[in-house]
Design a protein around this ligand. Structure first.
Ligand code: COI
Length: 396
């Protein structure tokens, strides 16, 4: 029997399962935290064919994971909202196309937000999420900004948990990567005149991923400061994880990549003076024991990793300021790093502004503060270190 067929058989009992969160589920979840497990990836093909139990592992080369859809998880979560019924309880279904008309609001007017999250195998031999409550809260705020019905936070967290539990065989071995989760909320109902959609879809798909940037996780990235285009403007939606914030950056990002840069740093739209963020992540600037990151004034994405690094760095004795950082100050800094769910913590090797290149690190070597923050964060995320902030959320 082929591995694919076995996997499919194992999935069948869990397909189209209603996912209404219940008290019993919450109790089971807490209990799951205490279940000692042997390593996931030694699972035999004969593993019990029920959701959340170990299954035959997906046929994935864990050593060549990149950030893409090569190893997309077998099942996804889908819930629908209608004005009459509100949100249904959602289902796990095979990963595949969503059903919508060409007149779907999202295809015409872009009513959509998304999240990025990761599930990882931990040193305790279980699979854990990182601060899913924070993503649930941001998803709710984003829905309000985009005039969409918000997903109840407990439904969001339970849906993410169930998606991971149903795809445990896509969680890479510890240290090789993570199961990246992409919750989406979009107006899928049809409409012609500009207005909110008459129906919505909340979906979560997942994929096994490795490092975001091509050079690998600890290789410093080269950035260029963009002066022609802005990512966000005051009063706009830069602080929302709206789908529409991400394609306008491609015009500059693609050009930067052609010129050997990993990504672009945006400046504030009002004065072209202060750093905002990179296309895909937040930015931190280090001088001595002071670390600055642009404040959340509406144009900056309130990153979960950003918030976590602020708290972690403070706990390690750094003076962390959420304050405007001018591009000139950044060019004089000791070190720069970026943060995000996908990028984790990425050291900036150099930044180029008006043709001047400032190098922050020795070639190929990550900066010391970036390294310290990366280790401190990932040690908590993989339960190698004590989770003194209670950030880790066990799935199984
Ligand atoms: C993430 O970091 O998870 C994001 O959603 C950013 C995206 C551009 C990959």
């Amino acid at each position: 029997m082929s591995l694919g067929f076995r996997l499919w058989q194992n999935l069948l009992p869990t397909m189209n399962r209603s996912l209404a969160p219940s008290k019993a589920q919450c109790l089971r979840r807490c209990g799951a935290a205490n279940i000692a497990r042997t390593r996931l990836h030694t699972i035999a093909a004969a593993a019990a064919p029920v959701a959340g139990e170990r299954r035959a592992k997906a046929n994935i080369d864990w050593d060549s994971l990149g950030f893409g859809l090569k190893d997309v998880a077998a099942t996804m979560y889908v819930a629908e909202w209608t004005p009459e019924k509100g949100w249904d309880s959602g289902k796990l279904v095979p990963y595949g196309p969503l059903n919508m008309m060409p007149s779907a609001q999202v295809l015409n007017y872009g009513q959509a937000i998304f999240e990025g999250m990761k599930a990882q195998e931990s040193a305790k031999g279980r699979v854990v999420l990182f601060r899913p409550d924070q993503n649930a809260a941001r998803f709710k705020a984003g829905a309000a900004r985009m005039s969409m019905p918000s997903v109840p936070e407990d439904q969001f967290v339970e849906a993410v948990r169930a998606t991971v539990e149903n795809n445990l065989d896509y969680v890479p071995p510890m240290g090789k990567g993570s199961l990246y989760l992409r919750p989406l909320l979009m107006g899928t109902g049809p409409i012609l005149g500009l207005g909110p959609a008459p129906a919505y879809t909340f979906a979560i798909f997942a994929a096994a991923v490795g490092a975001y940037f091509k050079g690998g996780q600890l290789t410093p990235i080269d950035l260029i400061v963009e002066e022609r285009f802005h990512r966000a403007a005051p009063g706009g939606m830069g602080g929302t994880k709206a789908a529409g914030n991400y394609s306008p950056v491609l015009v500059t990002q693609l050009e930067a990549k052609k010129n050997g840069f990993a990504d672009v740093v945006y400046l504030d739209a009002k004065t072209d003076t202060y750093l905002e963020e990179v296309s895909s992540c937040n930015i931190f600037v280090v001088k001595g024991k002071t670390i600055k990151t642009p404040p959340l004034s509406g144009t900056i994405l309130p990153g979960v990793t950003r918030r976590s690094i602020i708290e972690l760095a403070r706990s390690r004795g750094y003076d962390v300021q959420e304050a405007a950082v001018s591009v000139h100050e950044a060019m004089e800094a000791d070190e720069i790093f970026t943060t995000g769910t996908a990028v984790v913590v990425s050291s900036v090797g150099s930044m180029t502004y008006r043709g001047n290149k400032k190098a922050y690190t020795a070639p190929g070597q990550a900066g010391p503060v970036a390294l310290e923050m990366y280790s401190a964060l990932t040690d908590i995320q993989t339960e190698k270190a004590d989770d003194k902030f209670s950030w880790v959320y066990p799935v199984k």
